[in-house]
Design a protein around this ligand. Structure first.
Ligand code: GAR
Length: 215
């Protein structure tokens, strides 16, 4: 009889992952949950793009995944109500934005306040937005990095859970820098999710104190 994978184990808290693209961060979360490095299960994946490869990754892992078409809703609020409904139906404790390239409404943020994580390929507040890697290279920065933060009402803005620096080498291209940043993202995003799930992130205004994980 096939053994039940850890990812499918119902006793772990449920995550909802929102994606728009490749879904390599989604894959890192799925892999971490499968191997037990992350004590959580991905309960639902939603994309705002029909052709997002992230949807196929979710399906391969046996996770319910759907394209929710923004054009089918009257506006951002109505769209986000549909997202909230799907995430609640799946019993989601924490929402992970993994390359979800839509701004969330204040209503969505209020609903899941303190429970929405975002990952960004720069050391915020430097280089927010959708072109962070291009912008860091164009600026001539010598160092960039990865930020995982709680989402708030502004783009790439909320309190920071963790950051890791990545040096920009001479001759670095967008492709080589993307690969370096992804390696870091795929390692730190599951860590940040676990920190939040464990209740080890104490948020005071913009500052987040992190308690170390028990050994
Ligand atoms: C990731 O690099 C993530 O940091 C970035 O989108 C990429 C998604 O890649 N997010 C942002 O730029 C948010 N402003 P993935 O689909 O392969 O995980």
């Amino acid at each position: 009889m096939p053994t039940k994978s850890r990812q499918s184990s119902g006793r772990f808290p449920a995550l909802g992952v929102l994606c728009s693209g490749q879904g390599t961060n989604l894959q890192a979360i799925l892999d971490a949950a499968r191997t037990g490095r992350l004590r959580a299960r991905v309960a639902v994946v939603i994309s705002d793009r029909a052709d997002a490869p992230a949807l196929a990754r979710a399906k391969r892992a046996g996770v319910p995944a759907s394209f929710v078409d923004p054009k089918a809703y009257a506006g951002r609020e109505a769209y986000d109500r549909a997202l909230i409904e799907r995430l609640e139906r799946a019993g989601v404790r924490v929402v992970c934005l993994a390359g979800f390239m839509r701004m969330l409404s204040p209503r969505f943020i209020r609903h899941f306040r303190g429970r929405v994580l975002n990952i960004h390929p720069a050391l915020l507040p430097a280089f927010p937005g959708a072109q962070a890697i291009h912008d860091a290279l164009a600026w001539g920065a010598k160092v960039t990095g990865v930020t995982v933060h709680l989402a708030d009402e502004q783009i790439d803005h909320g309190p920071i859970i963790l950051q890791e620096a990545v040096p920009i080498a001479p001759g670095e291209t967008q492709a080589t820098l993307l690969a370096k940043l992804h390696r870091v993202e795929h390692r730190v995003y599951p860590q940040a999710i676990q920190t939040l799930l464990d209740g080890r992130a104490a948020v005071r205004g913009r500052r987040v104190g992190i308690r170390r994980a028990p050994r």
